[in-house]
Design a protein around this ligand. Sequence first.
Ligand code: ADP
Length: 382
Amino acid sequence: MSGLLTLNAGSSSIKFGVYLAADEPELLLLGQVENLGPVAQLMLSHPKKKTVEIGPADHVSAVQAILEAIEPVLQGHVVTGVGHRIVHGGKTFTGPVELTHQVMGQLETLVPLAPLHQPHNLAAVRAAQAAFPDAVQIGCFDTSFHQGHSFVNDAFAIPRRFYEKGVRRYGFHGLSYDYITDTLKREHPILARGRVVIAHLGNGASMCAIKNGQSIGSTMGFSALDGLPMGTRCGQLDPGVLLYLMEQGHSAEAITHILYKKSGLLGLSEISHDMRTLLASDDRRAAEAIDYYVFRIKRELGAMVAVLGGLNAVIFCGGIGENSPEIRARILDEMEFMGLSLDADANHANEHVISDGVIPVLVIPADEERVIARAVANHVMP
Ligand code: ADP
């Protein structure tokens, strides 16, 4: 059987999965290289947890370490396809695509639209092309799920020529939303045809309003900065703040650093980007950062229900969405007027269905790697 590899390369980590090709790919190994830099580690999470220090590693040497780690589990199966998570597919790529020389050229032109993510994604593709020259390389885009937004969800109210040049609301986290909507179709087909809000709450965070399986609006827009506050990203911001910072003499590079790396939960708390640390802290700033986080999510939820014209389900995913009963409870506190109420025990146990009100509230662990593996399997299977 063919082996499949998925790579999900961020600025400081590369997540990977190894599968056997099948209509529903069979998972063999899941892991990630973390802390790319002087002291990287390779961590396996499936089938057994294991951590190996691999010392200094950049994207290329991390892919090399991944190759060594996957060799024993492949047991002679040849890797015929490698799937990559790619943050930006622009206006062109509405679904998975083979990463030919020409496509890579097109994706390079999108680097200015996602300067902190796209270069790492493309570096991993080049490393995988070198390691597996005979395998087909498939790109899966975080933007694809949101293609087909209506104009009002796609445009900013600035001169129209910028829209024509690509200044649009692309929306991100599409692979996660793809996985959740697909799971809904399989397990809750009636809900899948309804009006659903998904909250992907991880280090990166966004929400998506979905009607009959189609994204009709996302909190993330042109960049992965907009919408909800995140671990270190600011979320929604009055553009006047940017003008002010520029007038104060901050360079574009300095502002980029502040908004992507020093803001969000970290910026507000001045303690940590990590929700677990903030929840455990008795510092007032940690409490205020969490208050702000919950408040913004509540606001977006209300706005999404209004534009959806109703609500049939709320779904939580991502590290915080899947694991934090306290944050979920705070988000849905005093939401009974919308039919949203939590079953305290089910919520505490992180069960699949955690509601006891009219509207189901579900926890569905996002599995972006599986979405990529399915796309690659589609390509390599006869
Ligand atoms: P990424 O977006 O990098 O994939 P994750 O989806 O793993 O990130 O989410 C990381 C976030 O999830 C961190 O803020 C972490 O503190 C939070 N998290 C993980 N487990 C818990 C938990 N039990 N309670 C609260 N937050 C949690």
